[in-house]
Each structure stands twice: as C-alpha cells, then as structure tokens.
Ligand binder design. Structure first.
Ligand code: GAR
Length: 200
C-alpha cells in the first residue's frame, strides 16, 4: 500500500505544488498525498489543494486557543486519514516535543538555507534570506531534514547549494533557492522516505 502523506502548509504553497506536480508526473509513486492541513485559513496553498482535488482542512491554533489543542486536533485528523508521513512544506509553526516524538523519522521539513546556517527559531520564510544577505554569504541553498525536538535540528536527508548573486534581494534569492533547490529536492526526498516506510 502507498504511504499516505499529509502536507502541512501556512502560505503560498509552491512546495506543495511541486509535490502535487511530481505526483501527477508519476515521480511520487511510493506515497500518495492524502491530505493538506493549513494552520492559516488564508493560505493560498488551500486553493492549490482544491484545484488538484486533494482534501484539505484548516486547523488553527488561534481558533483552538492553545498549542496543545492544535496538536491534539492535528493528531486526530492524521489518525483518521491513516497518515504515515507528514511533510512540512512552508509550515510556519514549531511543533512541540510531545508531537514530534510521536512520529520519529515520519516528519520531513524543507528549510531554505544550508543547515546549520540560518536556521532554528525565528528563521523562516524571507527572514532566512534576509539574514543570508546581511551576512554576505556567497552561497546558500536548501535542506531537507527529519523533524525532531530541536527546531531545524533533525537528521539531514538532502541539501543543495545555490549561488547568491550581486544585487539579490530577499525575494530574488528566495525564488532562486526554491527553483534550483527546494522544488527539486523535496519531491525526491518525499519519494525516498515514502518508499522506506512502504517497505518497512
Ligand atoms: C519556503 O521557502 C520554505 O522553505 C520556507 O518557507 C517557504 C514557503 O514557501 N520554510 C521555512 O522557512 C520553514 N522554516 P511555499 O509556501 O511557497 O512552499
């Protein structure tokens, strides 16, 4: 049976799109994207899921009142759908150790830098690229890693370097890192881990 996958999102959802496109092209075969969960009701990623005919829902910490209530609702939904692999694709919230410890090597994250640079609490989205430009690094990139109790601290699955070019803005750098690294690495890593789970 294919590994049932949930993709957790918060915003634009271009990484979700890359995963859904890989599935359509037959490059994601060991797993199936069964569910998209957003913690933000306004996320454009929800539109993308709808267009692709993939079930989606909003689970909001703001509406539920606490991190614990959010994680309980999330775990219940994942259980209901038989999810065995969770992919954080632009999910801008840190999961507690109570949650992550329930899914060892079953949660994958994409981070827009070469870990251990520009990662950990406070480094997400454009902030990561702002920090890289502020530091003046000439090379940055993206990392795919398992999620554990340390923010951006789990085992690294794959990484790819991307050049920083003169005149880059956080936006132009973000776009290049997505195009040259994230959208290629994430579907590949998800297929790899989905296959491991399928055969376990
Ligand atoms: C991506 O660059 C992703 O790597 C990053 O946010 C962006 C989301 O874009 N994630 C993090 O910073 C997590 N720490 P998307 O919604 O278009 O996929």
């Amino acid at each position: 049976m294919k590994t049932q996958i949930a993709v957790l999102v918060s915003g634009g959802g271009t990484n979700l799109q890359a995963l859904m496109d890989a599935q359509s092209r037959g490059e994601l075969v060991s797993g199936e994207i069964k569910l998209v969960v957003s913690n933000n009701p306004g996320a454009y990623a929800l539109e993308r899921a709808k267009k692709a005919g993939i079930e989606s829902c909003v689970i909001s910490k703001k509406q539920l009142g606490s991190q614990q209530a959010f994680e309980e609702a999330l775990a219940a939904k994942l259980e209901e759908k038989g999810i065995r692999l969770i992919v954080l694709a632009g999910f801008m919230s840190i999961l507690s150790v109570g949650f992550t410890s329930k899914y060892p090597k079953r949660i994958i994250n994409v981070h827009p830098s070469l870990i251990p640079s520009f990662c950990g609490e406070g480094f997400y989205g454009l902030r990561v690229h702002e920090a890289a430009l502020r530091k003046g690094v000439k090379v940055t990139g993206a990392t795919i890693h398992f999620v554990n109790e340390i923010p951006d601290g789990g085992e690294i699955i794959d990484q790819k370097a991307v050049e920083v070019l003169p005149g880059d803005t956080p936006e132009s750098l973000q776009r290049r890192v997505m195009e040259q690294a994230e959208w290629i690495l994430l579907p590949r890593a998800v297929e790899h881990v989905a296959a491991l789970i399928q055969n376990s």
